[in-house]
Design a protein around this ligand. Structure first.
Ligand SMILES: *[C@@H]1O[C@H](CO)[C@@H](O)[C@H](O)[C@H]1NC(C)=O
Ligand SMILES: *[C@@H]1O[C@H](CO)[C@@H](O)[C@H](O)[C@H]1NC(C)=O
Ligand SMILES: *[C@@H]1O[C@H](CO)[C@@H](O)[C@H](O)[C@H]1NC(C)=O
Ligand SMILES: *[C@@H]1O[C@H](CO)[C@@H](O)[C@H](O)[C@H]1NC(C)=O
Ligand SMILES: *[C@@H]1O[C@H](CO)[C@@H](O)[C@H](O)[C@H]1NC(C)=O
Ligand SMILES: *[C@@H]1O[C@H](CO)[C@@H](O)[C@H](O)[C@H]1NC(C)=O
Ligand SMILES: *[C@@H]1O[C@H](CO)[C@@H](O)[C@H](O)[C@H]1NC(C)=O
Ligand SMILES: *[C@@H]1O[C@H](CO)[C@@H](O)[C@H](O)[C@H]1NC(C)=O
Ligand SMILES: *[C@@H]1O[C@H](CO)[C@@H](O)[C@H](O)[C@H]1NC(C)=O
Ligand SMILES: *[C@@H]1O[C@H](CO)[C@@H](O)[C@H](O)[C@H]1NC(C)=O
Ligand SMILES: *[C@@H]1O[C@H](CO)[C@@H](O)[C@H](O)[C@H]1NC(C)=O
Ligand SMILES: *[C@@H]1O[C@H](CO)[C@@H](O)[C@H](O)[C@H]1NC(C)=O
Length: 492
């Protein structure tokens, strides 16, 4: 009798539960339980929690929770991928995340059966150990995001991605892929994110890519691409980020590129570009990096004027002429080292730029004095004017830069004395004024710069005693005072 009562209540539970509080469809539940046995992972354990919707990484369609929407097995330490096709029986899936595991292959059956899931929008196999050629995603017509980054996929890309007509985001970065950059992606041209950095792609960038007018981000850095950036680029009217660093691209940068109104970041360092774009940069541009190219000519004044500009790096090119007299007040970092820039540094260029933190003008041919106005950029942490032809003295104003951590003035023609106020720079860790023509004594106040690690005053005309207080610089690793006329205290 008792047992039949229990029988009835169990019967009720199983019938009513799905209607009252929601329960996963039994087919999906069974699939999950089968998979959990294969995973042998304590966090997917039907003994501990009967409802798979409450397992780690499982998202169901709350509040009913009668079907599974997404599965994340990210970081589960899995290496055996043979269970993957089983999951394709869950036809309500929208997102599958298998990132950060140890898979070295994906069963072919997975592509056949998961490709049938119409609603599947996102697939993430990033950070596994996948080898061999790129699989074919023929049936995945609804897929919007595919992330296969950080694997060891090799070979070239032919038609594997052709079926992905809804693709918005493709990430194949950090693999060993070769051949040409795939161009027929997302037939409806809905592609927004295109990340192929750190592979072995070669050849020219096919012109079709520039026809994907919805692109927001392109990263092709760290490949072996050559050729030019075509004019058709200007049609990418939604582009925010363009990264082309470390390739062999050449030619002139298309005039209209920096004018794309949405463009925030253009990074194309380490290529063979020869010309700076001549149009005004867009009012969105924040980061411009064209360092380590072969760019000649002058820095056009408008290039450094954008009211949103934060980082400009034009170092190691062949730029000539002076620095523009006006520079955007939003700049945080300016690097112009390793060019052939000349003339005095204009006294108006660097005045009270509130956020300027890194200024590197080293290894050029600047003449005249260090403009005292440099001292008005209160946030400066790094000032590198080394290896120029700057003469005269170290302006007192520069010693007001109390945030300064690195001051490099070596290999110039500075003369006069080191002001005693140098001790105000108590954040300094590197002070290099070697190879100048300084004279006078070594100010004892230098011992107030208690964070100094490198102090190099080598090859000047300094005289007198080396202050004993130098011994208080407890972080000092390198002290170069040679080729002066200094002598040590007899009591040391
Ligand atoms: C549905 O699942 C979510 C977790 O995915 C859980 O927080 C919620 O309590 C579940 N609702 C029901 C009715 O089981
Ligand atoms: C189970 O998965 C978790 C990730 O949630 C992982 O930390 C754990 O090491 C896994 N356990 C086993 C036995 O693989
Ligand atoms: C992977 O898992 C399947 C199913 O559990 C099993 O048959 C197979 O032997 C496993 N493979 C390896 C290499 O452990
Ligand atoms: C894929 O997973 C990795 C690691 O969890 C994550 O960093 C990345 O953002 C994911 N990709 C997408 C497109 O969400
Ligand atoms: C791809 O890598 C596999 C092993 O990881 C290797 O056997 C194969 O030859 C490689 N293919 C190409 C085209 O490099
Ligand atoms: C791959 O690129 C996509 C799109 O930009 C991004 O959301 C995702 O986080 C990237 N994956 C990794 C592992 O960084
Ligand atoms: C930009 O796109 C339009 C059509 O949308 C096309 O007519 C024009 O030729 C394209 N411009 C370039 C430079 O490719
Ligand atoms: C300086 O930086 C601050 C904080 O990032 C920002 O709010 C401010 O607008 C910047 N100033 C200029 C002139 O860009
Ligand atoms: C100075 O710049 C020239 C030309 O760019 C370069 O060849 C040289 O290596 C640079 N010197 C240093 C010390 O950086
Ligand atoms: C500094 O250099 C400028 C030109 O480069 C020169 O006219 C001036 O006489 C020099 N001043 C000193 C003190 O050497
Ligand atoms: C240096 O800063 C002090 C206050 O910190 C100020 O009184 C003085 O005018 C500044 N000197 C220069 C040259 O900017
Ligand atoms: C200081 O300048 C000298 C001369 O160019 C150079 O050899 C040395 O490495 C520099 N030291 C630091 C810490 O910048």
């Amino acid at each position: 009798m008792r047992s039949s009562i229990y029988g009835i209540s169990f019967f009720f539970l199983f019938c009513i539960f799905p209607l009252v509080s929601g329960q996963l469809a039994s087919k999906q539940s069974n699939t999950m339980i089968t998979v959990s046995h294969q995973l042998a992972n304590s966090s997917w354990n039907v003994e501990k929690e009967q409802n798979p919707c409450l397992w780690e990484g499982v998202t169901c369609n709350a509040p009913h929770n009668d079907s599974i929407l997404s599965l994340s097995l990210s970081g589960f330490g899995l290496s055996n991928s043979s269970f993957l096709p089983l999951l394709c029986q869950i036809n309500s899936l929208q997102s599958l995340d298998f990132s950060s595991n140890l898979f070295n292959s994906i069963p072919v059956e997975f592509f056949n059966s998961c490709g049938e899931i119409d609603g599947l929008k996102s697939l993430n196999f990033s950070k596994n150990m996948l080898v061999g050629s790129l699989p074919t995603f023929q049936k995945f017509v609804g897929l919007e995001s595919l992330d296969l980054s950080f694997n060891s996929l090799n070979g070239s890309i032919d038609s594997q991605l052709n079926g992905l007509s809804a693709l918005k985001s493709l990430n194949l970065s950090f693999n060993h892929l070769t051949g040409s950059v795939p161009s027929r992606l997302g037939k409806s041209r809905v592609l927004e994110q295109f990340e192929l950095s750190l592979n072995r792609f070669k050849g020219e960038i096919a012109s079709e890519i520039w026809e994907h007018g919805n692109l927001i981000k392109i990263d092709l850095s760290g490949n072996h691409l050559n050729g030019i950036i075509p004019e058709s680029f200007v049609n990418l009217t939604k582009l925010e980020t363009l990264i082309l660093s470390s390739n062999q691209l050449h030619g002139a940068i298309p005039a209209g590129l920096l004018g794309i109104a949405t463009l925030q970041r253009f990074t194309a360092n380490q290529n063979n570009f020869v010309d700076l774009p001549s149009t005004n940069p867009s009012m969105s541009l924040k980061i411009l990096d064209l360092s380590y190219n072969k760019i000649t000519g002058r820095i056009l004044p408008q290039l450094l004027l954008g009211s949103t500009l934060q980082i400009v790096d034009l170092s190691y090119n062949m730029l000539t002429g002076p620095i523009p007299v006006t520079i955007s007040s939003s700049l945080v970092r300016l690097r112009l080292g390793g060019n052939y820039l000349s003339s005095p540094i204009p006294s108006t260029s660097f005045v009270s730029l509130p956020n300027l933190t890194y200024l590197e003008l080293d290894n050029n041919s600047f003449t005249g004095t260090i403009p005292p106005q440099i001292g008005s950029n209160r946030k400066l942490a790094l000032l590198n004017l080394a290896q120029n032809k700057l003469n005269w003295t170290l302006p007192d104003e520069s010693l007001n830069l109390t945030q300064l951590e690195v001051l490099k003035l070596q290999l110039n023609k500075l003369s006069g004395e080191i002001p005693n106020q140098i001790g105000r720079l108590n954040m300094l860790s590197v002070l290099n004024i070697s190879w100048n023509s300084l004279n006078g004594i070594m100010p004892p106040s230098i011992s107030n710069c208690g964070k100094l690690i490198n102090l190099n005053l080598q090859n000047n005309g300094l005289t007198g005693l080396i202050p004993d207080a130098i011994g208080n610089l407890k972080f000092l690793l390198e002290l170069q005072l040679g080729e002066n006329k200094l002598h040590a205290s007899t009591f040391q």
